[in-house]
Design a protein around this ligand. Structure first.
Ligand code: IPM
Ligand code: MG
Length: 355
């Protein structure tokens, strides 16, 4: 029996996770041997215990084989001290569980070619995997804070830091994935300005020696952002730092029509993982039953593939999602003329019937 921790979080999190849980229940009825336990995180964790990552939630996540997370954050917690803001719950899970390898696929479903703001010929057939380092870099570097200088002026500071071993492990993770895909990898850095990413480039070259079949190229992050919207199909696997990956993955998401479609996996060295949509908690539409649950449902597919060793079931989920898109069902974010607009729960139900 595999244990799955269910952490709905805030905003639209509970709504979209409920639909993903329906999918898991359906697979359980078909023989998937799982136990699910729910716990609060983010703003919900703060309300429950005064901490965005309550001790019980962390304990549940640690003993689980996989974690399904919705999203964290909301207006009502924005003025809290940064140390207890909802985002700290998510960052705490990533670092406590050492989920250093974040896989963010950007795939364009052919049914949604018109939903992208880019011309169909630029994005048709798009299939990129962004591998984002998730437990280091400027997100976690010390020292950090806001200090007051002698002249009374405040100064904010953060530290971009990567050790060789941190770069090497995310590099290997990305090269392993490249071996299973198009054997082509683009490492994104800012080696022309930042020493830290000059080292990043150097270590990637070193890792590449163990993967002679994989073609490694390097690109500065500003150019990578431009190339992603100019000619995204030149990319297969991209590997990059925590912050560059945060930014580039939102950009890649939009190529596919909606950030509401993109799942992610955050893995440790042993394949244990946390699975979540890459979009946020969208407090502006929370509680209205209009959010797109497909990114979360597709995150369940990634969970089955990467942590539960059930790739046939993962394929079934992905086919079911294609089938509801073929039927013309669309949540508001991917709606276009002539399609049938459905709610969050109707979309979840449709995926379950397609399964
Ligand atoms: C993401 C999010 C998070 C991040 C936030 C919510 C802390 O934007 O998963 O991309 O910056 O990593
Ligand atoms: Mg982000």
């Amino acid at each position: 029996m595999k244990k799955i921790a269910i952490l709905p979080g805030d905003g639209i999190g509970p709504e979209i996770v409920a639909e993903a849980v329906k999918v898991l229940e359906c697979l359980r009825a078909d023989g998937l041997d799982i136990e699910m336990n729910e716990a609060p995180v983010g703003g919900a964790g703060y309300e429950a215990s005064g901490k965005p990552l309550p001790d019980d939630t962390l304990a549940l996540a640690k003993e689980a084989d996989a974690i399904l997370l919705g999203a964290v954050g909301g207006y009502q917690w924005e003025s809290l001290d940064i140390s207890v803001r909802p985002e700290k719950g998510l960052l705490g899970l990533r670092s406590e569980l050492e989920l250093f390898s974040n896989l963010r696929p950007a795939i364009l479903y052919k049914q949604l070619a018109d939903a992208s703001t880019l011309k169909p010929e630029v994005v048709a057939g798009l299939d990129i995997m962004i591998v984002r380092e998730l437990t280091g870099g400027i997100y976690f570097g010390q020292p950090r804070g806001v200090r007051t200088l002698d002249n009374g002026e405040r100064q904010g500071f953060n530290t971009l830091v990567y050790s060789e071993s941190e770069i090497e492990r995310i590099g290997r993770s990305a090269f392993d994935i490249a071996m299973k895909r198009g054997k082509k990898i683009c490492s994104v850095d800012k080696a022309n300005v930042l020493e830290c990413t000059e080292l990043w480039r150097d270590v990637m070259e070193h890792v590449a020696k163990d993967y002679p079949e994989v073609a490694l190229s390097h690109m500065y992050v500003d150019n990578a952002a431009m190339q992603l919207v100019r000619a995204p199909k030149q990319f297969d696997v991209m590997v990059t730092t925590n912050m560059f990956g945060d930014i580039l993955s939102d950009c890649a998401a939009m190529l596919t029509g909606s950030i509401g479609m993109l799942p992610s996996a955050s893995l440790d060295a042993n394949g244990k993982g946390m699975y979540e949509p890459i979009h946020g908690s969208a407090p502006d539409i929370a509680g209205q039953n209009v959010a797109n649950p497909l990114a979360t449902i597709l995150s369940v597919a990634m969970m089955l593939r990467y942590s539960l060793n059930e790739s046939a079931m993962a394929d079934r989920i992905e086919k079911a999602v294609e089938s509801v898109l073929d039927q013309g069902l669309r949540t508001a974010d991917i709606y276009s003329d002539g399609m049938q607009k459905v709610s969050t729960s109707e979309m979840g139900d449709a995926v379950v019937s397609a399964l």
